[in-house]
Ligand binder design. Structure first.
Ligand code: CP
Ligand code: NVA
Length: 320
């Protein structure tokens, strides 16, 4: 992987004997990701025997806020018999300058896996490079792979295998959009992305995905992207890593035409489902009518974070 690509998208290449980190979908083959989804579905059906995480402690570290990621990991770990240890960087030396490398060296002596949510992908990469236990990416400025595991699971529950289907993204080419691009390469669906040109996902990532054989179409017209799609997806116009003051003014003007509303949904396939990772800004990127409408699966999607992440944990810890 070139240095430029790694800066934009790359995870931590697996070293011999390295733990099974869950950093980026691109780091893991399609078969491995499919295995995790299957495990998550088994967990949802109540088919995971016993308490596979008994005796295991998982650190869940948050540099920025979270509702779903925090609660779904904490509850999921408990349900599998493990002990979640929720930490915020505010309360850790990591928050006042201790390096991610030293933090990794220390935590690896205490816990069995580490999940980190951070605004700076460089921090989680450094953590993973120096950790001897698996590191799970709970969102960075450039990706949100746990969300995509739940999204794939949700699509397939409602509409069957995602391979060969058309998914349309409308809005900001943000971290979740960038994980959708990686997912399109790994799960073989067509991804149409409608963004203002200024907010398009990084060219290097698109080039990577296309070189992997992914079908990615980029447009500035949300109706063109939505045409005939089986799934419409959007996300907040201002992400946690964006400059909150500046971003609001410019992005709201730029992104208004990309709102997921009734007119846009009409352009999609009649049985299209609607996804959003949440939290939503109702009336901005998505209307109440669409979010609460019959085609919306956003709360199934949120529930599936719990199940899909059990698959990720079991895989990362080498338990299934
Ligand atoms: N979708 C998601 O990751 O939500 P939280 O920010 O609440 O964790
Ligand atoms: N794109 C959003 C996702 C939140 C789960 C953000 O990064 O703030």
């Amino acid at each position: 992987m070139s240095a430029a690509l790694k800066r934009v998208v790359g995870g931590v290449p697996a070293k011999p004997g390295a733990p099974r980190h869950f950093m980026e979908l691109m780091d893991i083959g399609g078969a491995g990701l499919r295995h995790m989804i299957d495990l998550g579905a088994k967990a949802k059906r109540g088919e995971i025997a016993g308490k596979p995480l008994a005796g295991k402690t998982i650190a869940l570290i948050f540099e920025i806020p979270s509702t779903r990621t925090r609660v779904s990991f904490e509850v999921g770990i408990r349900q599998l018999g493990g002990d979640p240890l929720v930490l915020t960087t505010r309360d850790m030396q990591l928050g006042r300058g201790e390096s991610p490398a030293d933090t990794a060296r220390v935590l690896s002596r205490y816990v069995d896996a580490i999940m980190l949510r951070t605004m700076d992908v460089a921090k989680i990469r450094e953590l993973a490079e120096h950790s001897t236990v698996p590191v799970i990416n709970g969102l960075t400025n450039i990706s949100h792979p746990c969300q995509l595991m739940a999204d794939i699971m949700t699509f397939e529950e409602h509409r069957g295998p995602i391979a060969g289907q058309v998914v349309a993204w409308t809005g900001d080419g943000n971290n979740v959009a960038q994980s959708f691009i990686q997912a399109a390469a790994r799960f073989n669906f067509t991804l149409r992305i409608a963004t203002p040109p200024e907010l398009a996902p990084p060219r290097e990532l698109l080039a990577w995905a296309r070189a992997e054989g992914a079908r990615i179409e980029l447009t500035a017209d949300p109706h063109e992207a939505a045409r005939g799609a089986r799934c419409l997806v959007t996300d907040t116009w201002v992400s946690m890593n964006d400059d909150q003051d500046q971003a609001k003014i410019n992005r709201h003007n730029l992104l208004q035409p990309y709102q997921l509303n009734r007119a846009l949904l009409k352009s999609a396939a009649p049985d299209a489902i609607v996804m959003h990772c949440l939290p939503a800004h109702r009336g901005e990127e998505i209307t109440d009518e669409v979010m609460d409408g019959p085609q919306s699966v956003v709360f199934d999607e949120a529930e599936n974070r719990l199940h899909a992440q059990k698959g990720v944990l079991l895989w990362a810890l080498g338990l299934a």
